[in-house]
Design a protein. Structure first.
Length: 142
């Protein structure tokens, strides 16, 4: 089976530090794969929040994920602070990609994962996809 290899875009558009909680630790005594997804979600939420956006209203549209890919690289442990760098990927008329690099901040920083989400602009009341609002597009392309 071919391994997934996520190539990050050149420049990040945001960065957030997220502490590893005891509830993120699994039976292997490291951060579980489900918690990596939760850390990614938290970073995306904080990214949107800095523009007074939410996943229900991001500049006039809702957002819904249609894809999630995670490339695990190293372990993370309780007490780590995970720096999540966010990158904008391909942008189309109704969807866009967000890439993530997760780094455990230690005496020697360790990359623990790369990830990518596909995000579709979605009108929840009409239950249909819609175009990316200009305000959101300008944030992703700045």
């Amino acid at each position: 089976m071919a391994r997934i290899k996520i190539e990050l875009p050149a420049e990040s558009i945001a960065s957030f530090n997220i502490p590893v909680r005891i509830t993120d630790i699994n039976y292997g005594n490291h951060v579980g794969n489900n918690s990596i997804v939760e850390i990614i979600h938290e970073a995306r939420f904080q990214f949107l929040q800095q523009y007074q956006f939410t996943e229900m209203d991001a500049g006039g549209t809702g957002l819904i994920l249609n894809e999630l890919i995670v490339e695990f690289k190293n372990e993370s442990f309780y007490g780590d602070i995970v720096n999540v760098k966010i990158f904008a990927g391909e942008i189309s008329k109704k969807s866009f990609e967000i890439y993530y690099q997760l780094i455990a901040l230690r005496s020697e920083n360790i990359v623990i994962a790369h990830a990518k989400t596909g995000v579709v602009c979605y009108n929840y009341s009409e239950r249909k996809v819609e175009s990316i609002p200009e305000k959101l597009k300008s944030i992703l392309t700045h």
